[in-house]
Design a protein around this ligand. Structure first.
Ligand code: PGA
Length: 307
């Protein structure tokens, strides 16, 4: 037996995901690289670890037992790394977060200093939409979530950061007739919506409904970045979070279209489950956030005030 740690990690990921493609994605490797590692690992056993049925890969019973042992080994390897760091008096372990799509323009600024202070911390940050973020939180898959609308009906603890502002955003080469008032501005306006489950979509729909805005031409795109690119390309307009269009506004590629009732203001909040036993890393992060948030907001989000 002469397997490497790398082979063990690759095999474990294949066993966890049940797919070479997904394992490759999760490990940031190419599919051929993962297949080669799997083959090299398999070559060291006389009994098959996996089998291909159609185009799907299945882990054999023997493979499952090996995967279990591998998981323990990987665990021990992490423990060795952690012990070394603990010996040096450093904080170690994982910090797991889920953030809504426009949270990717917010959260890194609150993480940078903390990660720099604690080199032993492994960060995992999933960027999805509101529904999925709340799911991960409820399933206890993450330590914290970043949302701009705190979920109702779910008991959470929260730390408020700063205001989220949503404006009607259009391409700078906007062909809207100036002088249109109120709801008229929306006539014939192709509006771009996010996918179901998005908090931005929820906010946008509520605004349209409560302002009796007439039925509009609609397009639907599945991420904030896709909506932004579509608006830039002149495909339509959308109600978007200010935080995600900073550079485009500065560069005059996008513009805010003034509309009564906008901006809609919500609150960026870090949330977590109240009964969750926070890890030492998560506790340290919360403490850091409480102490540093005002300074970070002042340093990194002062541009916000002009809108
Ligand atoms: P989402 O996030 O549109 O990516 O779901 C918006 C929010 O909750 O602020």
């Amino acid at each position: 037996m002469n397997y490497t740690l790398n082979q063990l990690q690759v095999f474990l990921k294949i066993a966890e995901t049940g797919s070479i493609t997904k394992a490759a994605e999760a490990l940031h490797l190419s599919q051929p690289a993962v297949s080669i590692q799997l083959k090299n690992f398999q070559d060291q056993f006389d009994i098959p670890l996996t089998e291909l049925v159609g185009r799907r890969i299945y882990i054999t019973d023997f493979g499952k037992e090996i995967a279990e042992a591998v998981e323990n080994i990987i665990h021990q390897v992490h423990a060795i790394n952690n012990k070394t760091l603990a010996y040096k008096g450093q904080l170690f372990g994982r910090l797991k977060m889920a953030v809504v799509s426009t949270g990717k323009y917010v959260m890194p600024y609150f993480l940078a200093g903390f990660i720099e202070q604690h080199q032993g911390i492994e960060l995992r940050m999933d960027v999805t939409n509101r529904a999925q973020v709340i799911d991960s939180l409820m399933c206890n898959e993450v330590d914290f979530a970043l949302v701009s609308i705190v979920p109702q009906g779910l008991r959470v603890d929260s730390l408020e950061l700063f205001q989220n502002k949503l404006f009607l955003i259009g391409n700078a080469g906007d062909r809207l007739k100036r002088g249109r008032k109120g709801n008229e501005i929306f006539k014939d306006l192709p509006l771009i919506f996010r996918e179901k489950g998005s908090g931005t979509r929820q906010t946008m729909e509520k605004f349209i409904e409560s302002n009796d805005i007439p039925a509009l031409k609609r397009l639907e795109l599945a991420s904030n970045e896709a909506v932004k690119q579509a608006v830039l390309a002149g495909l339509g307009y959308s109600i978007m979070s200010l935080v995600g269009v900073k550079n485009e506004l500065y560069n005059n590629d996008l513009q805010i279209i003034p509309v009564e009732g906008l901006p809609i203001k919500t609150m960026w909040s870090l949330i977590w489950l109240p009964n969750k036993k926070l890890s030492p890393v998560a506790n340290a992060f919360l403490e850091y956030m409480r102490e540093e948030k005002s300074q970070i907001i002042q340093n990194k989000f002062d541009w916000y005030e002009q809108y």
